[in-house]
Design a protein around this ligand. Sequence first.
Ligand code: NDP
Length: 320
Amino acid sequence: MTARILSGKEIADAIKREVADDVKRIETEHGYRPCLAVVRVGEDAASAVYVGNKVKTSEELGLISEHHHLPAETSHAELLRLVEDLNNRAEVDGILVQLPLPRQINEKEILETIDAEKDVDGFNPLNVGRLAQGQNALAPCTPAGIIEMLKRFEIKMRGRHAVVVGRSNIVGRPMAQLLLKEDATVTIAHRYSEKLAEITRQADILVVAIGRAGFIRAEHLKAGATVVDVGINNVADAELARELFSGSELEKRLNTIEKRGFTLVGDVNPREASEKAADYTPVPGGVGLLTVAMLMRNTVDAAVKRRLRKSLVNDARATV
Ligand code: NDP
């Protein structure tokens, strides 16, 4: 069996088109464009790329984008003040503070300070709690994008066994909550799970977010499963690439290692997944592309919801 490849690009492009249409309609009908404020502290190279991508995409889709880049020595109080300012500005709809933050800053307190209505990353405990209660909430972008992808590829979730490997606040935990919300039967596995392969072999839908290149092998998979590979790992070792890829894909990967020094690889062995699964997401080209698209979706949704509530409150005040 050769598995179907679930292309994240196709889904991400569709989501972005829909967001761009919504932004146009909101501007015509309501006279504003949703605004996303992105905050970056310090010079972390990966963060610079991620933030650049988020700012560029928001501009392409017609959103208003604000980029606040603060020096690495910014104090906790200074960052708190900026977040409070963004919370208080009516024209700012979404706030994203790029992680990781420098050591002197208390990340937890910063995330808790972001107004839950503007929390487009879905990391504020209020939104985490709402999600845990099965309510509609701003949900973290990567798992929300995966749900969107499964729906659009018409992969049934209701009643099926979904196993999530990894329990981070960014991917694993919210992923499990979102799958539960879709009426899947959900198991979460982690570093201390015993007999992992026995657990993952029960999965009709397997989502892996652990950060270990090619860790999930054929022995972990149920034949015919849907496999969602969230991992993004830099692999510089040509021997490992030979275990993960074959044919023309292997040639491509070896060339990339030679030119760039590494190639991007997921947490699942793609060669074995393609032989045993019914469908799987490639790395790159799978889940990674959905995250930014869902950030744009969250920003527009946050804008519409908050501004509608505000105008209802204003109308109610006017009639008193
Ligand atoms: P974290 O390091 O925060 O969490 C990793 C999780 O994997 C932990 O819960 C850990 O368990 C679990 N784990 C580690 N090793 C094993 C193992 N051998 N068996 C079972 N479970 C294990 O990572 P993230 O969740 O932030 O990211 C995971 C991967 O996804 C990374 O490669 C990251 O780059 C990628 N990623 C991709 C995104 C995208 O847009 N595509 C977005 C975010 C992340 P324990 O809790 O017990 O330590």
